[in-house]
Structure formats: structure tokens, C-alpha cells
Design a binder for this molecule. Structure first.
Ligand code: GLY
Ligand code: MN
Length: 492
């Protein structure tokens, strides 16, 4: 079927060679075998996504909810970044790396709660020029799209062509709420209609914020599918780290060895999953003191440490987030090991207290207790550890300015719109997944520390699942102790 919701191709008239004659369009539109829809069964995640929608429905009784997947973002001129659907859309539909750009989930209030309908651009027919003449969406250019019935079965959702979303826009009123950052164009259209509707109050609709907040908070506790995906993401990430270690002999030979680290890890990410969950940090030597070093254009020199912060995102979009700091030559120097062991002690101390009922912020406090004690012990603080830990002092934070933990899931920094009361000041519950990632970073020009510490940066990051009576370190099998890290490199 022709679908007028297909976007017009971006102008490339100065180099287009597509034949315009009716003879050609008649010819290319004919001679195709009938399409046969492949049989699909509902994906495992479909039932979980239905449950998530049911919980959202209970929180927003009687409201029309719009959750757009978003469009691909321009990288340059007419080339885009790879499309990634908005995380809230993926969470509520179960559609991940195979989602069709431009889709919109609508939850229409009904007597029994809400009726969910997924609007998307289905496969275009050969009676349109789209399939051969549209580089942005045409089948010859970007591959076939699924049919409405195929997706309906796959995701267990009612589906409609995207052109029908116009009719939803016609219903938009002050009781319609949207995930604003899902798709700017759809949000603008909804805002426009709300402005016209008699009962809309303002464009700064608090209801939109409430929707995003609730969607974030729904993700604080992971369901069984999500926990299983997190385990798989960590396992895939372990393979990526193994690859990097096996490649170290090549890496140290190259002038931009950090780029090779990134390339080797990211290769595994593309092979095992969708991609990386965030830009890989390959920070060798003093670059490790830059918390989010992603330029990765430096050498990897024997004798230094390399901090690698990397995670594989699966096709479902769930991602791991792991950091390991490795001695490039295979063995830690005495001072490197001292710093490493201190960070490990902070990580272990934080992990030891994790159980349902404690506060999220307690995990950070426990790691900071160790960081303060160690830096005081080494004589780099102007006061004792106890004094440094007082809220008005915090001198030890000079060497670790970031937090110890963040929630992890479909976004690397998951649950970003959750209230502080539910996040930093929230109480841990079974099913929560977060990182524990203390570090110590002694900048190369920091004259508050003895010279031997300068330029050393260490972070150890694991992914933690809160269980019924404690916690499980999902990444415990990726070597963590200094001895285990040395043995890991030696084995390769
Ligand atoms: N892995 C990067 C971060 O947590 O900020
Ligand atoms: Mn992290």
C-alpha cells in the first residue's frame, strides 16, 4: 500500500541519476513476486512490555498518552546517525534495534484502562516510488520494513499505519500528554493542537513532565526480562574486554593505541549486540584522569595503566557499563597497585552493604569513607579522614569528583527523570540494577599529591543487582583484583 506518511527524500537533485520517465517507473514497479509475510511468534519481551503499559495506565487513568520513537538524527547533510528509538518507547513496546523510525505508541483511555496502538510506517508497496527512489526510507536503500500484522504479532500490540496518526492528532486536547523529547516534530504538532484546544492550560504542561517521571520511575526496578538482558549484556561486554586484552600487543605498537582499544571493543559490540551503550572510554596513562575521555587518540604505553570504561548494548537496548583499569605491561608497579587496591577496597566496601532497605546514597557514602581513609593515610589530605568526611569539607572528593553509582538499564544512566526521593534518597528494592564505580584520579599537575601519584587514574566499575536479601555483582567474573587482572593479561 502507498503510505503518504513516507517522508520526502532529502534533496540530492544535483547528483540524482534516478530515471524520471514513466516508462522506467512502470518497469521497476512491475515484475515482483508477491510478498509472503514471514511467520512470527510474539517476542519474549512482549508480555513484559504489556505489563509495563498496564502499570503506566494505572498511574494515568483517563489520559491520552503519546510516546514517540523519534526520528534518526542528522550527522551531516543527508547522512544520519544510526537510528535508536527513544528508551521510553522501547521499554513500553519491546521494540529495540529493529524498531521503525518515526513510530508512535498511543495509549488511548478506555473503560478498562487504556488501549495501546502502535503507529508505524509499514512496508511500502511497489506502487510507490519510495522503494527505489527514497534513500532515507526506501527498501532498496535501507532494507524492507515489516508489515502491520507481523509487528502486531511480534509485539502483541494493535498496529496501524502512521498516516492514521493524523486522526489521533485531531483528538489532542488538554488531557493529552506526550514524552516531549521522543520526537520534536510530533511534540510540536501536539503542542500546536493543545494550544488550539479550549481546555488546554499551557504548553509547559506539567502532565508531560509527570509522564516522563513516571516512565523513569517504572524502570527503577527491573522485571525478569530486563534482569536477564542485563546478565547477557555483561557477558557480551566481558568478551569485548577479553578481545582488547588479546589485542594489547598490537595496541601498544600503534601511535593511537587508544583508538585500537575502542575499535576492538566496539567490534565485539556490533557483533554481539546493537552497539556500545555509550562512547567507549579508552584512557591510557594520564588520560585516565579525564573522567569521560572519549577522544581516544593517545598512545598506550607499557608501564602506564589504561582505564577502559565500556559496555555492550544488546538489540533490546539494555546495556552493561563496566570499567577495568589494566597495567599495560602486565604487572602493576607498587604505587599503581596501592592506588588500585584502595579503589577496590572502596568498591568492595560499598558492595558489602547493598541490600533492600538501605538508601541508594549509603552506597556512595560507604565508598567515600574508604576513599577518605586511604587518601588521609597517604598524607594527601590537609585534614584527617574524619574531618574530610564532614559535609563542609569533603577534601578527598578532589580525587574523585563523580558519584559512586547510577541506575543502569535501557539507558546507561537509567531512570534520569526519577525524583531525587526515588533515586539518590530512594530506598533499595530487589530488582534494582546500578553501578558501583569508585575511582581515584591524580591529575598530572596536582601538586597536592606526591609526584609518584601524579598521572595515575584508576576506576573499577561493576554492575550490581539488588536481590531479596543482598546483592549480586553481575560482573564479578570479569577479573577485578590486581592479581586476577595480572593473571588475565598473562593468560592472553
Ligand atoms: N560509563 C560512563 C559513566 O557512567 O558515566
Ligand atoms: Mn558508569
Amino acid at each position: 500500500m502507498a503510505d503518504s506518511a513516507t517522508p520526502a527524500p532529502r534533496a540530492t537533485t544535483n547528483r540524482s541519476t534516478t530515471p524520471q520517465s514513466s516508462g522506467f517507473s512502470d518497469y521497476i514497479s512491475s515484475g515482483w513476486a508477491e510478498r509472503v509475510d514471514v511467520d512470527v511468534v510474539p517476542r519474549d519481551q512482549a508480555a513484559f512490555a504489556a505489563d509495563r503499559r498496564a502499570r503506566l495506565s494505572q498511574l494515568h487513568t483517563g489520559k491520552r498518552l503519546i510516546v514517540p520513537a523519534g526520528a534518526a538524527k542528522v550527522r551531516s547533510n543527508d547522512t544520519d546517525y544510526p537510528f535508536r528509538a527513544h528508551s521510553t518507547f522501547a521499554h513500553l513496546t519491546g521494540w529495540g534495534s529493529d524498531a521503525v523510525a518515526g513510530s508512535v505508541l498511543v495509549m488511548e483511555p478506555s473503560a478498562s484502562g487504556h488501549t495501546a496502538t502502535l503507529y508505524f510506517r509499514p512496508a511500502a508497496g511497489r506502487d510507490t516510488s519510495e522503494f527505489y527512489a527514497n534513500p532515507d526510507a526506501g527498501e532498496f536503500w535501507t532494507g524492507p520494513r515489516p508489515s502491520l500484522s507481523n509487528v502486531a504479532t511480534d509485539l502483541g500490540l494493535e498496529t496501524r499505519p502512521l498516516v492514521d496518526f493524523e486522526a489521533v492528532l485531531d483528538l489532542v486536547d488538554g488531557n493529552t500528554f506526550i514524552v516531549r523529547d521522543g520526537d520534536r516534530d510530533v511534540t510540536d504538532q501536539v503542542d500546536g493542537r493543545r494550544l488550539l484546544s479550549a481546555d488546554s492550560e499551557s504548553l509547559e504542561n506539567d502532565g508531560d513532565k509527570d509522564l516522563s517521571r513516571d516512565l523513569s520511575e517504572l524502570r527503577l526496578v527491573k522485571d525478569a526480562f530486563e534482569v536477564s538482558e542485563m546478565r547477557s549484556a555483561v557477558d557480551a561486554t566481558q568478551l569485548g574486554f577479553n578481545d582488547v586484552i588479546a589485542d594489547l600487543p598490537n595496541i601498544v605498537e600503534h601511535a593511537r593505541g587508544e583508538r585500537l582499544v575502542e575499535g576492538t571493543f566496539n567490534r565485539r559490540a556490533r557483533a554481539e549486540g546493537n552497539t556500545v551503550g555509550y562512547d567507549t572510554i579508552a584512557a591510557s596513562g594520564p588520560h585516565a584522569c579525564v573522567l569521560h575521555w572519549t577522544r581516544n587518540d593517545g598512545p598506550v604505553n607499557p608501564g602506564d595503566l589504561i582505564l577502559i570504561d565500556a559496555g555492550i548494548e544488546l538489540d533490546s537496548y539494555y546495556t552493561a557499563d563496566i570499567t577495568r583499569t589494566l597495567p599495560i605491561s602486565g604487572t602493576f608497579t607498587e604505587i599503581q597497585r596501592r592506588v588500585y587496591d584502595a579503589v577496590l577496597e572502596a568498591a568492595d566496601a560499598a558492595f558489602a552493604i547493598v541490600r533492600p532497605g538501605i538508601k541508594f546514597r549509603d552506597v556512595h557514602a560507604e565508598a567515600m569513607r574508604v576513599i577518605a581513609e586511604k587518601t588521609a593515610e597517604w598524607g594527601v589530605l590537609p585534614v584527617s579522614a574524619e574531618e574530610s568526611l564532614l559535609p563542609d569539607n569533603q577534601y578527598h572528593r578532589r580525587y574523585m569528583v563523580h558519584g559512586t553509582s547510577h541506575h543502569l538499564g535501557i539507558d546507561v544512566h537509567d531512570c534520569a527523570a526519577a525524583r531525587r526521593d526515588m533515586y539518590l534518597d530512594g530506598v533499595l528494592e530487589p530488582g534494582m540494577v546500578f553501578t558501583i564505580e569508585p575511582g581515584l584520579y591524580f591529575q598530572p599537575d596536582d601538586i597536592t599529591v606526591p609526584e609518584e601519584y601524579r598521572g595515575i587514574g584508576v576506576r573499577i566499575e561493576d554492575d550490581i543487582l539488588v536481590t531479596d536479601d543482598g546483592a549480586e555483582n553481575l560482573s564479578v567474573n570479569i577479573p577485578r583484583t590486581a592479581d586476577a587482572v595480572e593473571a588475565w593479561i598473562a593468560r592472553s
